[in-house]
Design a protein around this ligand. Structure first.
Ligand SMILES: [Mn+2]
Length: 193
């Protein structure tokens, strides 16, 4: 596959466990589902909510992203709830769909503008009408999902032409831009140039 990915997740200062979770799940024959989930609040209760949504996605990564969010909404009833965003790639057709609920940051460095937006809401409590966005991507494009524990300052300071691999990119964004007072996580998907 002409794609590489990486991720980094760190609890806020003083916590053992992060309330953020991510999923990076290839599926047959040319699919890749990538999601970042931020459980509301912090600690074990937030982690439980985020991990519940992650389990829903891992159990059916080929399912369309809006359906995965609806299933997560049902699975998260009675939990703290979560915000989440999801990309589903077709690596053969170089197409990707996006669905997001709540404040997961999305930055795409792309040859043709790709600017997904999420609807306001909380998975598990208030599910908005879901907006499924579809894009074509190009070789060399880089997709970044990040939780609100990461400062969006990285957007203008990161050089998308850099040869850094996806994993070191995720780690360096987290190291330099994590706010400290919240769980922080970054997922990077780089399409090979
Ligand atoms: Mn957060």
């Amino acid at each position: 596959m002409d794609v590489k990915w990486g991720a980094s997740n760190r609890p806020k200062h003083g916590q053992e466990i992060s309330g953020d979770a991510y999923v990076i799940e290839p599926f047959s024959p040319h699919g890749l589902t990538v999601s970042l989930i931020d459980g509301l609040g912090g600690g074990a209760a937030a982690a439980h909510a985020a991990q519940s949504a992650a389990a829903v996605i891992r159990s059916a990564p080929a399912q369309n992203p809006a359906e995965l969010i609806r299933r997560s909404h049902l699975a998260l009833r009675g939990t703290r709830g979560a915000v989440m965003a999801l990309f589903s790639y077709n690596l053969e057709h170089r197409s990707v769909t996006f669905v997001g609920v709540g404040n997961i940051g999305v930055q795409v460095y792309s040859a043709v503008p790709i600017k997904p937006i999420s609807k306001n809401g909380i998975v598990g409590y208030r599910l908005p009408s879901l907006l499924k966005l579809a894009y074509s991507y190009q070789p060399g494009d880089t997709f970044v999902l990040y939780s609100d524990g990461i400062s969006s300052d990285f957007i203008n300071e990161f050089n998308p032409e850099s040869a850094e691999d996806a994993q070191s990119l995720a780690e360096s964004i987290l190291r330099r831009y994590a706010k400290g007072h919240d769980d922080a996580s970054v997922v990077v998907v780089r399409i090979n140039a």
